[in-house]
Design a protein around this ligand. Structure first.
Ligand SMILES: Nc1ncnc2c1ncn2[C@@H]1O[C@H](COP(=O)(O)OP(=O)(O)OP(=O)(O)O)[C@@H](O)[C@H]1O
Ligand SMILES: [Mg+2]
Length: 287
């Protein structure tokens, strides 16, 4: 872990204004670790036994067929599943060595440190500026700091030049690709460590997709990114490590349950995977 990111932790603790269970010294090159994670919706085990790391300053891709639990696992990484009443996580997910689901951990603080960008750009029906200041306001960041934060977040998301003269216009007037970059700017305005992205380009054209992919490469200097994508080329192009999930019929429930088949360097997943199911999927022979 770099000096830069540990100072980011100190800074965000100061911003939140209280000591948090998440204020720990970083332990190593992994920012998160999943150990034997299963996620249930009611009695249904949607995904089981997921064990994998998320490495710092890397892009980790999650790929696999529809329904294999990619979004479910992604949401469990910042306790977004808490918002689904039937959802329950088993096993352990740690962030910087701290159990994310531990008793002293505040889920709101978790979501500030581990931000999320969704499939469909979802700016608030407010001005461009207010979209950015929303998170810092809730986090208690002094109003005097907002203008600098607005500019730095929009610059980091490579959209500043396009919006700097219309910050008080509605965010809904932006194009889809601009809206998605605004959502990325909104996610980084609270200075997270990790960015989760669930198919962030699926509603975008190839040019806007290329811009988001370039942006991800720049952002990984500062953040660790986990992306769910259906686009094999995208996973191969942008990610450093890749997790392939599939579904198998669960012997107990006789329902299809998602599972992690293989986690490895992306080059290996696409050139020399160790599991035949991975090879069939990445070469398009699946199903
Ligand atoms: N809120 C929910 N309540 C009940 N079951 C759910 C819920 N969300 C997802 N599931 C189920 O959990 C399983 C995994 O779904 P999930 O959305 O995580 O898959 P996915 O891999 O993201 O699929 P896709 O590629 O289509 O987005 C599916 O069987 C799905 O029906
Ligand atoms: Mg999904």
């Amino acid at each position: 872990m770099t000096e830069q990111s540990s100072s980011r932790i100190d800074q965000s603790a100061a911003v939140a204004g209280y000591a948090s269970a998440l204020d720990v010294e970083p332990k190593g090159p992994t920012v998160m670790n999943l150990d034997q994670v299963s996620v249930y919706y009611g009695d249904f085990r949607a995904v089981r036994d997921v064990t994998m790391p998320v490495y710092e300053h890397e892009i980790t891709a999650m790929i696999g067929p529809s329904g294999c639990g990619k979004s479910t696992v992604l949401r469990s990484l910042n306790r977004m599943n808490d918002l689904i009443p039937t959802a329950r996580v088993e096993g352990s997910i740690s962030y910087m060595g701290v159990d994310l689901y531990g008793p002293n951990v505040d889920p709101v603080e978790v979501r500030r440190r581990i931000g999320m960008v969704f499939q469909k750009p979802n700016p608030f029906p407010k001005s461009i500026r207010e979209n950015i200041t929303y998170g810092p306001k809730i986090a208690g960041i002094a109003k005097s700091e907002w203008p600098a934060l607005v500019e730095s977040s929009l610059r980091s998301a490579a959209i500043w030049d396009e919006v700097k003269d219309r910050l008080d216009d509605s965010a809904l007037g932006l194009s889809g690709g601009q809206q998605q970059r605004l959502c990325i700017a909104r996610a980084i305005a609270t200075k997270p460590d990790v960015l989760l992205m669930d198919e962030p380009c699926s509603a975008l054209d190839p040019i806007a997709t290329g811009r988001i992919e370039d942006l991800m490469q720049q952002l990984k200097d500062e953040y660790s990114i986990v992306i769910v994508t259906h686009n094999m080329q995208q996973a191969a192009r942008v990610s450093d490590h890749c997790a392939f999930f599939t579904t198998e019929v669960d012997a107990d429930s006789e329902r299809r349950t998602g599972q992690l088949v293989e986690f490895s360097e992306t080059t290996r997943i696409f050139s020399n995977p160790s599991d035949e199911r991975t090879e069939n999927y990445v070469t398009g022979r699946f199903g």
